[in-house]
Design a protein around this ligand. Sequence first.
Ligand SMILES: [Zn+2]
Ligand SMILES: [Zn+2]
Length: 401
Amino acid sequence: MTGRRPPEKPGGCAVVRSGTILGAGPDQTDAGQVLICRGRVSRACPHQPVPIDADGCLVAPGLVDIHVHGAHGHDLTDPDPAAWQQALAAHLAAGTTTALATLASTSHGQTADALRTAAALTGSPVTPTLAGVHLEGPCLAPEQRGAHDPGRLRTAEQLLDELTPLPEALLMVTLAPELPGADALISYLAGHGVTVSAGHSSATPSQLLHAQHLGLLHLAHLWSGQSTLTRPALHRLPGLLEASLASDGLTAEVIADGHHLPPTLLTIALRCLGPQRLCLVSDATAGTGLPPGAVFRTGASTGRVHDGGYAATEDGTSLCGSVTPLAGCAARMREMTGAPIEDIVTMATATPARAAGLYPRKGSLLTGADGDIVLLGAALEVRAVVLAGHLVTDALAGRAR
Ligand SMILES: [Zn+2]
Ligand SMILES: [Zn+2]
């Protein structure tokens, strides 16, 4: 995409009152309100901030989804800016105020085109929630590829070549660290500040630790696309899953859409890692918002939406991402684990923002943070969304603006 970027919508001035504030600093909680001046959380605002009555809701930072592939039939590997605008707007209306556009494995040409679209759109008013790109693949272990097209997987050397020089918008890469040549790729990405994540991988505990020493910081969707315990002879060998749960210092994702993981596994993940290391992600595909039976594309693969709120590959053998925006996953995580609401909010805001290197500007309501807020009801349903000080959706008033 070329041409001049339209001027950024200036941040608004607003004051959110009469709610329970989460993720704020002492400045805001003392006053029982969150003040936003010109789009940033502030101690003072001389511009007559617009009052927003939270009506007893939880006042939380806007949700941060670091693993989201699309919505409403639009997959983000489609380099058309209109597709990105519509997909990200759907997630914004559902409470996601910061998104890492996540690209499943597809051809080199299409990935490069999508990265160019991302560079043009990041920070633009067309897609105000777009923080950058998360490449999920194409350097993945074939036996753990899940819904990724085997014909689109590439070697670490090939991906290193494709990503040199580093694309502007790239914030995160999920790869299989045990593959030949991965060391150089991990070192290159980590050295440039890109978050490296292990996923769709059969890495052993020692391979994971080695990658961590090279700069790997994160783990993609626990239990999905990860090797697990085996017992080839007398002795048990832990897989990437057990290595992840026993790890120190790494952050990790779970897809708590009610289909990928049952309550027992979510509880194990939360007990092992805690809310400061466990991130809720949607892994939401283009199938999000489509009716049952709808067929959609994700990367170079095809999925189908099923009754009951899930999507599977066409042959029905594997789940194909989710069809639930992040706020829905947060609500399901609360139902399935009974974790405190503060911890659920942390896992959908501060922890993923940290994992992507965006905290505290995103994922917090500390002074100076972006004025992105969700108002949540008692079941964590989204009641209103504020983006850079502007009210975007307002279920409290029963209308969208
Ligand atoms: Zn995946
Ligand atoms: Zn994914």
